[in-house]
Design a protein around this ligand. Sequence first.
Ligand SMILES: *Cc1c(COP(=O)(O)O)cnc(C)c1O
Length: 394
Amino acid sequence: MQKQIGKSTQSVWGGEQHNERFERSTQVPVVHSVSFGYDDIDTWHRVALGKDEGHIYSRNTNPTVRAFEDKVKELEGAEAATSFASGMAAISNTLGALLNPGDRIVSIKDSYGGTNVIFNEFLPPLGIEVSLCDTDDSAQIEKEVSNGCKILYLETPTNPTIKITDIKRLSSVAKSVGALVIVDNTFATPINQNPLSLGADIVLHSASKYLGGHADALGGVICGSKELVDRVYHYREINGASLSPMDAYSFIRGMKTLKLRVQRQNENAMAVALFLDQHPLVEKVNYPGLQSHPGHEIAKQQMSGFGGMLSFSVKGGLDAIKSFLPHLNYAHMAANLGCVETVVGPPLTTSHVECTQEERAAAGIPEGLVRYSSGIEDIEDLINDLGQALEKLL
Ligand SMILES: *Cc1c(COP(=O)(O)O)cnc(C)c1O
């Protein structure tokens, strides 16, 4: 059995036991080959049947992609992992593999915008019943799960309202009715939260965010038991939303600094949240590290850091945001998050661009909210930058 090692060591060394395979290179190379050739049919056949180690065709498996999956697998403490062309492909393929007509899925109202579209638009015509609960209302979620379902799908902290749900409590209710629990762990990262250790069956990530960390590669990944991951892998290998080796390489390289980056982002987000919380022009700050946050106690139990994401509303709503955000010098106004640069934007153009204003309102998302993804810049600079930009509103 492998000795328990720290997450920085896992970030650096996880999935890197490859040097024999790759001519003793110390870094995982990008294997751009579509297929893998064999000298004899019997060996080829054994690999194709999965009896021998090896690769056949890169839509199924690829050595660079495998190394990335192994790194995430170690950080999430999972038996198996498989990857996808994007975070949304991870979500849609996982649901596609595990749900059948007549099944029921229970989730929360303010999941990621794209996930919300799957729940509202794509699943119901397939004969799958979707029940979306108020994220804050654990009792309602418990009740819906107790009525029977195939999957309980959670995301915590949520995007962009930064609400917290209790993974352990809800997983145990799901277990009692034989439901599988899936957790989107994109915001928390494996550094701050490991849902499998809290009772979840599958943890998934948009690797495009914190795992990659440099906003230069798109991908997704899921981890869980070999039995479950194999089912989802089979669906993905046939449907074809496979991760490209080049993006897998970018993730491997990015992930070597995952813990360093996330620790810094946790610290920066906390300092920014405290600064905004006392600012006269700020109405409300959503950050689980603040004692005033309704999910603070649960976050303290299930997370080892409060994360790099926060959101806040400014007096004057959307108009105020439109005039204040462009004055920030050290923040991209963009739709991504979790990278080394600070990134800001309203849900209108980021997480919930796919939704109508009514749908955003129904999900409890004010039009005047700013989603703030703290980068790894020096904290004094981020606070001064926010201060001078907010001053422009006076
Ligand atoms: C970005 C994101 C996704 C979707 O990931 P893509 O890689 O953009 O497809 C899913 N869930 C959360 C929480 C996200 O932030």
